[in-house]
Design a protein around this ligand. Structure first.
Ligand code: ZN
Length: 398
């Protein structure tokens, strides 16, 4: 008789950490089998004999679900200063070291030299390397670039496609789409999402233009499309845009803040902290807010006098630091921050098995110490970081 047992290493017990699922579950033990969480029980109560088990002592640590970053230029964005300013692709270690275990990728301003096919391939590559990936189909400008010919068919036929975006409005770099064009895209997202069993959101890049979210308000007023079908990002770009975003959230919409630690002097951008504080002061439920990194887009660099001195790329460090600041400065309680950085995007974008530490969910787990520094990361059950040391690197990383 051949006895098949689980591969050694496939059972992991994370023992004695204080779990914020996002909800406070107390000090418990988490049992992981393969990619999944299979049990969450009282500390010391899980007993397993006859199989090798990898035990991790999490006493003194807090345990949260991995971050979900809903706006990342996986194959690099930028290019707005000519070909030399095209930003590089993201790498696995850049992602996991910031506690991110799920990512949604998109193209950026450049829909000419960057292609949906390359974005899809990169999403598959990162998934193979260990994290979970999804993408938005389409491009900044209209007509949108897709893989199979339309947003609707991409949503139905390509598993990784969960919406369309980032499509630019109220921006000098946009294709100046009309309201009718945006309404049609939202309608296509709606049907594609339904047929594909996806959220099918229309993820809109909002620029500095004075129309702000006017199209979105018209859409809600003039059509039957639900407010949750459209998902604006960069809403902390300036105070008046944030005002519109607050109105939109009050109508039931979800808004995405672009992580910004310290906006350059003279800029109108609000930091993550300022933007969230302002949302809370205006009674926006935390459930309607997400924060994303805009990672691997290009970012201008300024000297102390505010002169442009070069370009750098956005990273997910701003996401992690934003999370830490919000909790350390007591703007949010830990469970509320976990909602914004993990549970909300999972629920809103219908990412099954994500965003919550719960039996049956994917084992995307982050351990943090008393300073909220990340010590360990598990992505789909695999230990990617142990005691602050990166264990798994991308294919071409040394
Ligand atoms: Zn953008």
């Amino acid at each position: 008789m051949k006895l098949i047992i689980m591969e050694a290493n496939m059972l992991t017990l994370i023992s004695g950490g204080e779990i914020f699922s996002p909800y406070y579950l107390g000090v418990k033990d988490i049992l992981i089998a393969g990619e999944k969480i299979i049990a969450i029980e009282e500390h010391h109560s899980i007993k397993i004999n006859g199989v090798r088990i990898h035990k991790i002592n999490a006493e003194g640590k807090k345990i949260i679900p991995g971050f979900i970053d809903v706006h990342v230029h996986l194959i690099g964005g930028g290019g707005e200063g000519g070909p030399a300013t095209r930003a590089p692709e993201i790498t696995l270690s850049q992602i996991i070291k910031n506690g991110v275990t799920t990512i949604v990728g998109c193209l950026g301003t450049d829909g000419i030299t960057r292609h949906m096919e390359s974005l899809l391939a990169k999403a598959h590559a990162l998934e193979k390397e260990g994290i979970t990936t999804f993408i938005y189909t389409g491009s900044y400008q209209l007509p949108v670039k897709t893989i199979t010919g339309s947003i609707c068919s991409d949503l139905v036929l390509i598993e990784k496609v969960i919406g369309a975006g980032e499509i630019a409005i109220s921006d000098h770099r946009s294709s100046q789409p009309t309201y009718e064009q945006i309404a049609q895209l939202a309608a296509e997202c709606r049907v594609g999402g339904m047929l594909g069993g996806k959220a099918g959101v229309l993820h809109l890049h909002i620029g500095d233009g004075k129309k702000r979210l006017d199209y979105l308000f018209r859409l809600i007023k003039e059509t039957e499309i639900p407010v949750t079908q459209v998902f604006p990002t960069h809403v902390n770009r300036n105070p008046s845009l944030l005002e519109h975003a607050i109105q939109f959230a009050k109508m039931g919409g979800h808004i995405d803040i672009t992580a910004e630690e310290e906006p350059p002097k003279g800029s109108s951008v609000l930091s993550t902290k300022e933007a969230i504080k302002y949302c809370l002061e205006n009674n926006i439920p935390v459930e309607r807010i997400t924060v994303s990194s805009d990672s691997n887009g290009s970012m201008p660099r300024f000297d102390e006098k505010g002169n442009l001195v070069g370009l750098t790329i956005a990273t997910q460090e701003t996401l992690r630091r934003g999370f830490q600041t919000l909790v350390k400065e007591e703007i949010l309680e830990l469970f509320q921050a976990v909602k914004i950085f993990s549970a909300n995007p999972a629920r809103f974008l219908k990412l099954q098995g994500k965003g919550e530490i719960k039996e049956g969910n994917d084992a995307d787990i982050v351990l943090i110490d008393e300073n909220l520094e990340i010590t360990d990361v598990f992505a789909r059950g695999k230990r990617m970081i142990a005691n602050k040391k990166i264990l798994v690197k991308g294919t071409f990383e040394n």
